[in-house]
Design a protein around this ligand. Structure first.
Ligand code: BTN
Length: 321
């Protein structure tokens, strides 16, 4: 199906005959594949008698060859999948099958994209970025401290390099434009963190999905396209993200999170704001002071500084903030 989609991605009309000739299949087989594209990927295709078929809107697919040859400052092998349950699940499966890290798994679509705290990550075909980078971690827990916050900084710089100037960070690792989420990060570990282990850095960015599209997302969201007023080539975003990650991960590996802490705080949208932290069933109200050298959030709670960390925590602005 993908070769057919590549022919159609320009959004122009192609006759069934020309498509069949290019793919070496019959017109009937072209028609069958077109029906599958529409049904499985929910891609509307226009059919006009005498002109042929075209996608309702042009697409720019992820291009594995282009990404493999782009000079992004490091050599992380990239695999682009057409459809997968979750790029991070696929990355974990590849680790189990003894694929050597580092490597990146990208997909055009996820059928079971995962967010933090058991949430679903909505992942429609060819619209957004679903990216999982696997790294080998040899320095024990120290190499993991603040890592997800550093990934947030790298992602923020990549999004800014693509022109989105109004984005910022929300602890622990959301990217927001105003109060709307544009991207999220999910880190998962495989192996023994006290010894040699692997970390799967899952990054989801709302790229070309528009808030006018009804999506089952249970929090306010936006996209790069909505922020910029034009569509974004996801291949360019991958290159920018790889460049920034290579730079920030190197700094984190050499100097730890403490060297990046101030930069992180300078980009934290909720610095100094009144918030409520949810930890299990508990709700803790406080004022955000910043983060500590391990990436834990520092809150002023009833006049006393307290630090909180852990994947299940979440922060929201207090109603009187
Ligand atoms: C969050 O809840 O904010 C984290 C979202 C992380 C989503 C990405 S998309 C690529 C990777 N694969 C997944 O299943 N999840 C992460």
């Amino acid at each position: 199906m993908l070769p057919l989609l590549r022919l159609l991605q320009d959004g122009r009309f192609h006759s069934g005959e020309a498509l069949g000739a290019a793919l070496g299949i019959s017109r009937a087989a072209v028609w069958k594949q077109l029906r599958s594209l529409e049904a499985e990927l929910e891609l509307p295709i226009h059919k006009v008698r005498g002109r042929g078929y075209r996608l309702a809107s042009p697409l720019r697919l992820l291009d594995e060859c282009l990404l493999a040859s782009s000079p992004s400052g490091q050599a992380w092998p990239v695999s682009v999948l057409h459809s997968v349950d979750s790029t991070s699940s696929e990355a974990l499966r590849r680790l189990e099958a003894r694929n050597a890290a580092p490597f990146i798994v990208l997909a055009e679509r996820q059928s079971a994209g995962r967010g933090r705290r058991g949430r679903t990550w909505v992942s429609p075909f060819a619209e957004n970025l679903y990216y999982s980078l696997v790294l080998r971690v040899e320095g024990g827990m120290r190499q993991l401290e603040g890592l997800s916050l550093v990934v947030g900084l790298a992602l923020l710089q990549a999004i800014r390099a693509m022109g989105v100037s109004g984005a910022g960070l929300k602890w622990p690792n959301d990217l927001l434009v105003g109060d709307r989420k544009i991207a999220g990060i999910l880190l998962e570990l495989s192996g023994d963190p006290a010894d040699v282990c692997h970390v799967v850095i899952g990054v989801g960015v709302n790229v070309n999905m528009m808030p006018t599209e009804a999506q089952p997302i249970d929090q306010p969201w936006t996209s790069m396209r909505a922020a910029l007023g034009h569509g974004v080539d996801r291949n360019e975003l991958v290159v920018a993200l790889n460049q920034q990650l290579a730079r920030y991960l190197e700094s984190h590996r050499k100097q730890g999170f403490s060297a990046l802490r101030e930069e992180w705080q300078n980009n934290h949208l909720w610095q100094g704001r009144r918030v409520v932290l949810t930890a299990g069933g508990q709700q803790i109200a406080g004022v955000v002071l910043g983060v500590d050298a391990s990436g834990a959030i520092r809150l002023l709670v009833d006049g006393e500084e307290q630090h909180f960390s852990g994947g299940e925590l979440s922060l929201r602005l207090s109603n009187d903030s």
